[in-house]
Structures are given as structure tokens and as C-alpha cells.
Design a protein around this ligand. Structure first.
Ligand code: ADP
Ligand code: MG
Length: 371
């Protein structure tokens, strides 16, 4: 992997000259009008059909290419149901209807917890990423993320009385964390190939770093069952899925948010067909107290927001789950180790550094146009 460097001045100039109307989708931004914009509920021509809603604590935007509006509407309804179901039945650690919540309740039990096939595969991937990232990526930080109340930040609730947890509290919570302390055994539910999860008492899974990745995987599975949908772009906050093609065959154009001015993009990725694009950054979710900004990507060694000279990382690859996980891991690892990790998975990576420099892999450079 080669590294490409750009200077602060080129980034800032680019941001100032940004043409907002040219992207199909930008992470966390409103859908830009296209040449033949359709609108769910209003359009009567050939689409594309656009929908905006909320799920998983984030804004969901969809651009759907189908011949008929009813087909696009059913698809967007199915996608929203799928996202709500994913939260409710699988990954929420708050809702007692979810598998993760039940798994967390089983922590400390000698019998362990029989995981579904899907969560077995997900946790296996997360453990591998933990190993390869030398512990930077860790889905067992539940005890710590709860102390910070990160999901409350996401819900956008006022946190006037926020104060960071004390070092002592963090140290105590960290004793209950660490992927090296959980075990997956080949004896899951009813011989269906699921694994059994053993966690020590007090340990809690937090799948926040891969939730949107799993959502992209599920949306892809849904798309495979819907041949009437010939193209789609689905944006879930910092994660975007592209699929198929536009009616007129033009490539997808996905904006990468400028961490220095989140209403702008630093550039556009031009892509054909199916891709996943995930961005993690310290500007995505944070709180401020006494002039200090606390963001939501934690260093598993300290339990505190990772101290990094990276502002944001964008990963481009086919696989949704790994794409989302890698963006979090690479934020903590920084460009040198992060680029190596992304390369191990065949992923492309782009880092926006605190001094404005952009560092990207060769494959990323090929589809990136600076704004
Ligand atoms: P977002 O959820 O905004 O898309 P990320 O994908 O980067 O952002 O994931 C951040 C979330 O992952 C946090 O809100 C938290 O739930 C969880 N998390 C924080 N630090 C880590 C870490 N070091 N490893 C794994 N998960 C983490
Ligand atoms: Mg992530």
C-alpha cells in the first residue's frame, strides 16, 4: 500500500470550493438532488425514489432505483423494518428483547450462552479484528461505554450535567473488559452451527462499532431477494452501502465529510456497483464539558476517548461488517498501523489527520477526487 499526502492548504481550499449538489450521498448529510430526482410519496416517473427516516439512533437515507414507486416503497419499508429488528432482536444492549442483552446477562454463568449463527459469525470476526488490531478494536468494552453513556450522546439528549467518569471508575470497569477473556466454543444452540459464548462476570458486549456494518450486510441480503431493485444507495450515519447501478448507468458518487467542517466534503469517491464505505471520526459523536471534547471512540487501554492525531478514517471495501469495524480500529491505530491492518483485509483506507493532511491507500486514490 502506498501513502499519499496532501497538505492542509489543499484540503481547506478544496472545502471552500465545494460543490454540494454533485454527490449521490455524503455521510450524515441530506440527500442531494439528482438529475431526475424522484420522491417517495410524490413522484410518478421512473425514479430514483428517495426516503429519509431514523433507525439505530441515526438518520437513514435511501435512494432506490426501481421501475415503479410501489416497489421502492416496499423496499424502503422492508429496510426500515430490518433495521428496527436488528436493534430490537440482536444488537441492542439496552433492550431485553435482544440477543446481546441476554448474552450480557449470562456473563459469569458456567453454562455460557448459545449464540445464533449470525452473532457467532459476527463475534468470530470481531475477535479476529481484536487480535489483528493488537487490542485496539474491542467489542467487550460494554462496562466502560456504559460509564460514558455514549448511546445517550447518540440520541442527542441534552447532557448539561455531563462529567467524565473518574479514573478510578474507569479502572474498575476496565477489569471487566478484554476480548482475550471471552471464549467461543463449538457447542452452540441445537447443533445449528452456532457457538457458545462464555464471558466472565461483569463483562458486557457493545457492538456499537459494527452495528451499521451488520445493517449493511442485511440490506445487501434483502437486495439479493429483490431483483426489481436495480440500484440503491443506503446511508446510515457514517456508513454507506452502494448497490447495482443507476438507470442511466452513471457511477455512484459518495462524499467524504470534512472533519473540519462537517457541512462540507473533502472529496468524492466515484464507484461502480456494490461497495461499503464507513467513516469513524472524533466529530461524529461527542460531548463537551469544561472546554474539553470527549468523543465516542475509546482506547481499550485507558477506557477514555482515544488520543489520536487522526480526525477521521474512511474505509472502502465490499464487506459491511469489517468495513465498519475497521474504521473504528484504524481511527485508534493511526495511518501507519491502520493502513497495514486495512491492507490485511484487502480494504482501502483514507485518513484525515489533525493537521489537515490526507493519507490514503493506492486503491482509494484511484476513486477519490478531491473537492
Ligand atoms: P458510529 O457508531 O458513530 O458509527 P463507530 O463505528 O466508530 O462509530 O463506533 C463507535 C462505537 O463503538 C462507540 O459508540 C462504542 O459503542 C463502540 N466503541 C468505542 N470504542 C471502541 C473500541 N475501541 N472498539 C470497539 N468498539 C468501540
Ligand atoms: Mg465502526
Amino acid at each position: 500500500m502506498k501513502h499519499f499526502f496532501r497538505t492542509l492548504s489543499s484540503v481547506l481550499t478544496a472545502a471552500a470550493l465545494l460543490c454540494c449538489g454533485c454527490a449521490d450521498m455524503g455521510a450524515g448529510k441530506a440527500v442531494q438532488p439528482g438529475a431526475q430526482e424522484g420522491n417517495g410519496g410524490h413522484g410518478d416517473s421512473a425514479g430514483p425514489w428517495r426516503y429519509t427516516d431514523t433507525a439505530m439512533g441515526t438518520v437513514v437515507q435511501m435512494t432506490v432505483y426501481t421501475e415503479r414507486q410501489e416497489e421502492a416503497e416496499t423496499f424502503s419499508g422492508q429496510t426500515m423494518e430490518l433495521l428496527a429488528g436488528l436493534e430490537r432482536e440482536e444488537i441492542s444492549w439496552r433492550l431485553d428483547t435482544s440477543e446481546v442483552c441476554r448474552a450480557n446477562e449470562s456473563a459469569g454463568s458456567a453454562q455460557g450462552f448459545p449464540l445464533s449463527v449470525e452473532l457467532s459469525a459476527l463475534l468470530s470476526d470481531c475477535l479476529e479484528l481484536w487480535e489483528r488490531s493488537e487490542g485496539a478494536f474491542d467489542v467487550t468494552l460494554g462496562a466502560v461505554t456504559r460509564l460514558w453513556n455514549i448511546d445517550q450522546w447518540a440520541a442527542g439528549e441534552a447532557l448539561e450535567d455531563f462529567s467524565p467518569p473518574s479514573e478510578e471508575l474507569l479502572a474498575r470497569a476496565l477489569e471487566h473488559c478484554g476480548s482475550g477473556r471471552l471464549r467461543l466454543a463449538e457447542e452452540g444452540a441445537a447443533g445449528d452451527g452456532g457457538l457458545r459464548l462464555y464471558m466472565p462476570e461483569g463483562m458486557g458486549l457493545d457492538l456499537g462499532a459494527v452495528g451499521k456494518g451488520l445493517a449493511m450486510e442485511k440490506a445487501l441480503a434483502l437486495l439479493a431477494d429483490r431483483p426489481d431493485v436495480t440500484g440503491a444507495v443506503i446511508s446510515l450515519g457514517g456508513s454507506i452501502l452502494t448497490y447495482g447501478s443507476k438507470t442511466e448507468g452513471a457511477p455512484w458518487r459518495v462524499g467524504i465529510v470534512d472533519p473540519f467542517d462537517t457541512s462540507d466534503s473533502i472529496g468524492i469517491l466515484t464507484l461502480e456497483g456494490q461497495w461499503c464505505i464507513s467513516t469513524s471520526g472524533d466529530y461524529e459523536r461527542y460531548v463537551e464539558a469544561d472546554g474539553v471534547r470527549y468523543h465516542h471512540i475509546l482506547d481499550p487501554e485507558t477506557g477514555a476517548p482515544a488520543v489520536s492525531d487522526v480526525r477521521g478514517v474512511t474505509i472502502l471495501m465490499k464487506d459491511g461488517l469489517l468495513c465498519d469495524g475497521l474504521s473504528t480500529a484504524c481511527y485508534i491505530l493511526g495511518p501507519e498501523k491502520g493502513m497495514d491492518l486495512a491492507g490485511q483485509y484487502g480494504a482501502e483506507a483514507l485518513f484525515v489527520m489533525a493537521d489537515g493532511e490526507i493519507v490514503m491507500s493506492e486503491g482509494m486514490e484511484q476513486c477519490f477526487t478531491e473537492q
